[in-house]
Design a protein around this ligand. Structure first.
Ligand SMILES: [Ca+2]
Ligand SMILES: [Ca+2]
Length: 623
């Protein structure tokens, strides 16, 4: 009986031990943290989910031990000492086999975001991670990383790639409420600013990263700042967003830039391995319009810029004459500029202000002075900040002379009047662009078509004058095609090749302005050619303070005419099987294809494609 009792007591004790055993297997998950600074991307500590609520002071920097081993994207284990490797001054951090101890600077109770808190379930460990740089030679720099902290490097075909980390954390001292916990590594977290970007596939290849300001809305449209990276940040398949952290593009989503701009969209496309250049013009224009249309972007404040190879994309975009070209309010070329005389003249004709930023020791900027002078001569409002010979120094770090973008990220670029570059970007604004749209692409004698004149987006104006100019020998103005809601026409005067109207928009909410009907004259001498139709729009613009000024914007479209005998492809004055054969050769050619400039004169049903209807139309014309 006694023995039985003893067993019963033991059983009871064992049962009561079960919850204690559960406490013993208490799991603490820790997440390695990354932080971007101008030199690069670094492991900067860890966030620990303690599973119980702790009070401030329950842990300190001596509570934990941590060691890490970093594997680069190409499989290399980090561990070499020297310039752009681990800091030789910290050789005693190395533990062998690629492992290095982390020098814990602080450990504290915090919230889930890592902010210090009086009580909370999380602990943050901050480590020594800031790289050390020194000037080197006449215009270069050396860099020495704290062992086992570098989180990304140019390791796959020279493209920046994310490294992976093995991190071991051990508890050295008691923590209230926690006994014999098991520490388990969780997923590695990005810099919190990195996570504010949405990263998606870009049209035509590569990716894009988009930051949306929280205050953007239909009634508070915000500027769009577009930034193109250099050669090393291309997308190779496993480095999405590498362009945000190879050098710190995240600065544009950080407080100083966002506060200066009072909220600004940041679009940072990441090229595929083919890099940036005119071959990506259509893709990038499609992407930029997509971002404008899907968000609350102020189209009068779109600024484009880039560094190094990225300037080879800024140039074609700023100088674009495609019908998809974006109306930029400013362009920045940093550490590179490659523009033809024609491109400079186009940028001048569009009135786009330009900023050149570079360092004189950088070979990529050796064309700066001549480009600056050509731009001045062409009438461009151009500024240049050309730093004296030597390495780039942002006040904290030294870089090679090519890395002048660090002056931009830190808002150190300043003109002779003391205007800083973030303010320059903030102050870029154009008049609201005007869009002219034709209801048909192709007309022949006797065909009617409508022309719609609109602002690109809603504009605060109540008084507008529109002068529409066209070729009066070919086209006749027939009258108003449709009245626009909210717009009252006060005057309409037909002149020689132009129609002048004055409009009233009492609620200051102007977008569509005017829709006019035209016909191609029955007796017009029409050729296979493009005919420009241009609208000059003068309007009273009211700014946020209520001040009024007169602004002018010009927009145009072109309408194609088919000349002679429609469907006569070879100009012999009759439509034959040869003409039909020629049209069949164009079957499937669409607007945007290289052959479209010729094929468009046979798109008789105006659907921007040579389709079976166009072919049947010509077939019926054969005698
Ligand atoms: Ca013919
Ligand atoms: Ca067609």
């Amino acid at each position: 009986m006694k023995r039985f009792l003893a067993i019963a007591v033991m059983l009871a004790m064992l049962l009561s031990l079960v919850p204690v055993m559960a406490d013993d297997s208490h799991v603490i998950t820790y997440y390695p943290l990354r932080t971007a600074n101008n030199p690069g991307y670094y492991f900067s500590g860890a966030l620990l989910d303690m599973g119980v609520t702790l009070n401030a002071g329950d842990v300190d920097k001596d509570t934990f031990f941590a060691k890490a081993r970093i594997t680069e994207a190409n499989g290399d284990i980090q561990g070499t000492f020297g310039s752009f490797g681990w800091d030789p001054e910290k050789e005693d951090y190395a533990l062998g086999d690629g492992w290095a101890k982390w020098n814990i600077l602080d450990a504290y109770v915090c919230d889930a975001e890592g902010n210090p808190a009086e009580s909370g379930q999380y602990v943050k460990i901050d480590i020594e991670w800031v790289t050390r740089t020194i000037p080197s030679g006449e215009s270069d720099a050396q860099r020495f990383d704290v062992p086992a902290t570098r989180a990304a490097w140019y390791k796959i075909d020279g493209y920046i790639s994310f490294a992976s980390i093995e991190l071991v954390i051990e508890q050295l001292k008691g923590i209230p409420g926690i006994n014999n916990a098991v520490y388990v590594q969780g997923e590695t977290k990005h810099d919190p600013l990195f996570d504010k970007f949405e990263i998606k596939d870009a049209p035509g290849g590569g990716t894009y990263a988009l930051y949306r300001p929280e205050n953007a809305s239909e009634s508070n449209k915000r500027p769009l700042f577009i930034w193109f990276h250099g050669t090393g940040e291309r997308y190779h398949g496993s480095n999405p967003g590498g362009n945000l952290i190879g050098n710190r593009v995240l600065a544009f989503a950080d407080e100083e830039f966002q506060e200066t701009l009072e909220g600004c969209y940041i679009l940072a496309p990441q090229s595929d391995t083919s890099g940036w250049g005119a071959h990506r013009l259509d893709d990038m224009e499609a992407l930029i319009w997509q971002v404008i249309e899907e968000n609350y972007v102020d189209v009068t404040r779109v600024i484009v810029g880039g560094l190094s190879m990225g300037t080879a994309m800024v140039g074609p975009l700023a100088a674009s004459t495609t019908e998809n070209s974006v109306p930029y309010a400013g362009a920045i070329f940093c550490s590179g500029v490659f523009l033809s005389g024609d491109q400079i003249n186009t940028i001048a004709s569009k009135g786009i202000p330009v900023y050149l930023v570079g360092a004189q020791s950088d070979w990529a900027t050796f064309g700066f002075n001549s480009t600056y002078n050509s731009m001045k001569a062409a009438g461009i409002d151009v500024k240049m900040k050309y730093y004296p010979p030597g390495p780039v120094f942002d006040g904290e770090f030294y870089y090679g002379a090519h890395d002048a973008w660090n002056y931009i990220y830190n808002n150190l670029v300043e003109d002779e009047d003391g205007e800083k570059i973030f303010d320059w970007i903030k102050n870029r604004k154009i008049n609201m662009p005007v869009k002219v749209t034709a209801s048909k692409n192709l007309v022949k004698q006797g065909d009617a078509f409508d022309i719609l004149v609109s602002f690109l987006d809603t504009t605060i104006t109540n008084a507008v004058r529109v002068i529409l100019k066209y070729d009066g020998d070919k086209f006749d103005y027939k009258g108003i095609a449709k009245e626009i809601d909210g717009v009252t026409r006060l005057t309409t005067d037909k002149g020689d090749g132009e129609v002048k109207t004055t409009l009233m928009i009492p609620d200051y909410n102007a977008k569509d302005l005017l829709k006019l009907r035209f016909v191609a004259k029955e007796d017009a001498n029409l050729q296979n050619e493009d005919n420009p139709i241009t609208a000059v729009v003068e309007y009273v613009y009211m700014d946020n303070s209520g001040a009024k000024s007169i602004a002018t914007a010009i927009g145009s479209t072109s309408i194609s005419t088919t000349g002679g005998v429609p469907g006569d492809t070879d100009g012999d004055g009759i439509v034959t099987l040869i003409d039909l054969s020629n049209i069949i050769d164009m079957f499937g050619v669409k607007k945007g294809d290289p052959q479209w400039s010729r094929a468009k004169f046979y798109d008789f049903n105006n659907n921007e494609e040579i389709d079976i209807a166009d072919i049947v139309y010509v077939a019926k014309l054969i005698d």
